[in-house]
Design a protein around this ligand. Structure first.
Ligand code: GLN
Ligand code: ZN
Length: 760
């Protein structure tokens, strides 16, 4: 057999999110460490068995993590911040959880390590912290224990490690500055130790992930690759894996690395296989990532068969695999009951992706190479293009008719601002919140009961209205200027909207890990998108009827809905975003029509959608901004458009942020002590800004004094006419007590500053 297959990693959460429940029970003290360990062991065993049963030749080890695979690596090499170690002599699972969750063994709070997006995916990793002269050693041996565990079960294994350069690149320096590459040689010693352990176990291949090879790298880092892989070169065979992008621009140095195998992501990269073959020595094993590890569509295995068949004439042997780890897709399509058979026929989740690889491998390796099974597999996708589930001709027509005016407000901000000031009559430093209020267990239970048909629609609506009424009363009590309805009817800011849009399908168990125990269930965009009925209008209208203060309408923006869903691949992301934008545009107009004067369109995902390489940024930002404006520009000048973004580093996309031309932007800045505002000032951001003045992610109640200081600090960057005051994100994860105390303090701080203005 000349062709073999593998996947780069398997989801670690369990078929029914077993890991999540085990983690949370352990954290809350409801179960013991032993219970947790057993669940982990079961998940790993089931994962290996599943890969094996679905025809995968060599199973991956090291893709399991108690919280995150980057954090695993930090533990493995003994790079744990002192504040999380405390007085403990050895690293334990509790140390690992302290880094991730910011709680010490004596239950005091110490700041968790930062978390950030894993490249351009929705997975978050724990950012390793590096200090000058950091020492590393192989202290946490999970990778060996799990390798032994799999070997004992009789599996043929391939351990997976994050590469040393990707690890350093993604880390952050704390304290005194230095060059991260100064730490490379000490780190490499640890990697060599680990590799020699694999060698002792007669493991033939080790997978080392270096996804940063898809980025634009400084020359110093390119050289470091040569140093690192020359040092690591030994009898232990290394398969170097790259993913999430094309590496052609870095091939000049990659082709010189002394490695044994190289993995290409053929889904996100645009390669010519014949050129690749020529570029590399025949001794280097190719692993071709042909099955998409980031989306859920069935692969056209027949097309791949033809490509691979001719490639077999060039290379006697090679591997085929998933483009990246299957971490980013749900595990098993077969446990889904909600999806129609028609739609199911178009999809492929983790295990089905293994089936696709196995099918291809078997066919390629067989003498007759009969394509019958491949044809059967793709049968359902052949008619997809003409399906009425996919096509909505009205939507397609509307997309072609978008005029330039449709993406522009009628007048400039300066003129709009005058009209808005007259119509809204807000005090100086207007106060507001970001949208959601505490999602109490009452509210969650109510939604669940409604979903399970345990309560009638009329009763459900009556109860939601009662919550809205209470939220309005509370906000009036606090004295806020711009109110919100509080979002009690929403489970998730994307799923809620997609529920009301035609063109989406929903899974029951299609969970994907977001971070730690948190999973998301991205909706699937199966067809052209349109709005079935007004979505938020009745709730906003009701909320507005209860108060004379303006109530802000609250929508999720087109880019965020797109980014947090599984997109179609038969049309461009730009077109999908515009379809969503048109549906939202209708919603915005309807809100305006029922008397809503302020509408917020949240785009927390705008920045994460950025392509990995700078060259591709402009095009993305162009259509992302256009889509946003398409949704927001259909209103009168006097209607005020807000947007909200969280966790954002804006400095490099400031022009795009300004191009959104929103009247007010509220952003997350409290944790960075307003550092972000410097860029708004430098860039001369023209419109109004609400830099969150307290961190809603922490249970600490911010003091009046602290918030006064932050407002004064913000006033150094923004004129008082353009400054808003608000928390830095939605309040849904906080309790009512925390919310009340914090908002009361916030209002007091604003009052004090307003008074000081009058006294001047
Ligand atoms: N309006 C949303 C809320 O308040 C915004 C959430 C977000 O920024 N991710 O919950
Ligand atoms: Zn937010």
């Amino acid at each position: 057999m000349s062709i073999k297959n593998h996947i780069l990693g398997f989801p670690r959460i369990g078929f029914y999110r077993e890991l999540k429940f085990a983690q949370e029970n352990y954290w809350s003290g409801k179960s013991t460490l032993n219970d947790l360990l057993l669940v982990g062991k079961d998940i790993r065993k089931k994962n290996w068995e599943s890969q094996f049963n679905h025809g995968i030749d060599v199973v991956s080890v090291g893709d399991f993590a108690w919280y995150d695979h980057m954090l695993n690596t930090s533990m493995m090499i003994g790079n744990i911040p002192q504040r999380h170690i405390g007085n403990e002599k050895v690293l334990t699972i509790d140390t690992l959880f302290r880094v991730a969750r910011g709680v010490t063994s004596t239950k005091e709070v110490c700041s968790a390590s930062e978390m950030t997006k894993w490249f351009n995916t929705n997975y978050h990793y724990i950012v390793p912290e590096l200090i000058k002269n950091q020492k590393f050693s192989f202290v946490w041996k999970q990778i060996l224990e799990e390798s032994d565990e799999a070997l004992a079960l009789g599996f043929k294994i391939k351990p997976v490690l994050i590469g040393p350069l990707t690890y350093l690149w993604l880390s952050k320096i704390v304290g005194q500055d230095f060059n991260k590459l100064d730490l490379l040689s000490s780190l490499l010693v640890v990697y060599r130790d680990i590799l020699s352990e694999f060698e002792k176990r007669n493991i033939s291949w080790v997978q080392i992930d270096e996804p940063i090879l898809a980025l634009d790298l400084p020359s110093e880092w390119k050289k470091a690759f040569q140093v690192a892989y020359t040092y690591l070169h030994s009898k232990q065979k290394i398969l170097l894996t790259t993913y999430f992008g094309d590496i052609t621009h870095n091939l000049d140095f990659i082709k010189l690395l002394p490695i044994d195998g190289l993995h290409f992501d053929l889904i996100s990269g645009k390669y010519n296989l014949f050129d690749l073959n020529q570029t590399f020595n025949k001794k280097i094993l190719f692993s071709l990532g042909i099955i998409n590890g980031r989306n859920i569509w069935k692969s056209n295995v027949l097309e791949w068969f033809n490509i691979l068949k001719s490639f077999m004439n060039l290379r006697e042997t090679f591997w085929i695999g998933s483009s990246c780890s299957l971490l980013h897709v749900p595990i098993d399509l077969n446990i889904e009951k909600n999806l129609t058979d028609l739609v199911k026929g178009w999809l492929s989740f983790g295990l089905q992706k293994c089936d696709e690889l196995s099918l291809l491998t078997q066919t390629l390796n067989s003498k007759k190479q009969s394509t019958k099974k491949l044809k059967n597999w793709i049968q359902p996708i052949i008619s997809r293009q003409s399906s009425t589930v996919v096509n909505n001709f009205n939507v397609q027509k509307r997309i072609t008719q978008i005029s330039l005016e449709a993406t522009k407000r009628k007048s400039s901000y300066v003129l709009r601002a005058v009209q808005q000031k007259n119509s809204l009559d807000l005090p100086i430093l207007p106060t507001t919140t970001i949208g959601s209020f505490p999602q109490t267990s009452d509210i969650r239970q109510l939604r669940l009961d409604y979903k399970n048909h345990l309560i009638s629609k009329i009763n459900y609506e009556k109860k939601i209205k009662a919550h809205i009424k209470n939220i309005i009363i509370q906000q009036e009590k606090f004295g806020l200027d711009v109110l919100v309805h509080g979002e009690p009817e929403r489970n998730d800011m994307v799923e809620y909207f997609s529920d009301y849009l035609e063109g989406f399908a929903f899974t029951e168990y299609g969970w994907v890990q977001s971070f730690g125990s948190r999973c998301v269930k991205p909706p699937i965009i199966v067809g052209d998108i349109s709005r079935i009925t007004p979505i938020t209008v009745p709730w906003s209208k009701y909320a507005q009827s209860l108060t004379s203060k303006p109530v802000k309408g609250m929508l999720t923006g087109p880019v965020t809905i797109l980014c947090w869903s599984f997109p179609r691949e038969d049309i461009s992301k730009e077109v999908i975003a515009k379809q969503i934008a048109l549906a939202l545009r209708d919603e915005v107009k309807d809100l305006e029509e029922v008397g809503i004067k302020i509408i917020q369109i949240d785009e927390p995902a705008l920045r994460e959608g950025l392509p990995l390489r700078k060259n591709d940024w402009d095009n993305y930002l162009r259509w992302a901004v256009e889509a946003f404006k398409l949704s927001s520009s259909g209103v009168k000048d006097s209607t005020q458009i807000h947007t909200h973004m969280c966790y954002c580093k804006f400095n490099d996309i400031m022009p795009a942020i300004a191009a959104l031309d929103v009247d007010v932007i509220t952003i997350e800045t409290s944790r960075s002590e307003m550092k972000l505002l410097k860029f708004f000032k430098m860039f001369d951001y023209p419109n109004e800004i609400g830099p969150g003045i307290y961190d809603i992610h922490s249970p600490t109640i911010p003091s009046v004094k602290c918030m006064e200081e932050r407002i004064l600090l913000a006033l150094n960057f923004i004129t008082k006419e353009r400054l808003w005051v608000n928390p830095d994100c939605g309040l849904k994860t906080r309790t009512w007590l925390e919310t009340s105390l914090s908002l009361q303090n916030m209002m007091q701080a604003v009052q004090n500053i307003r008074t000081s203005f009058q006294n001047k």
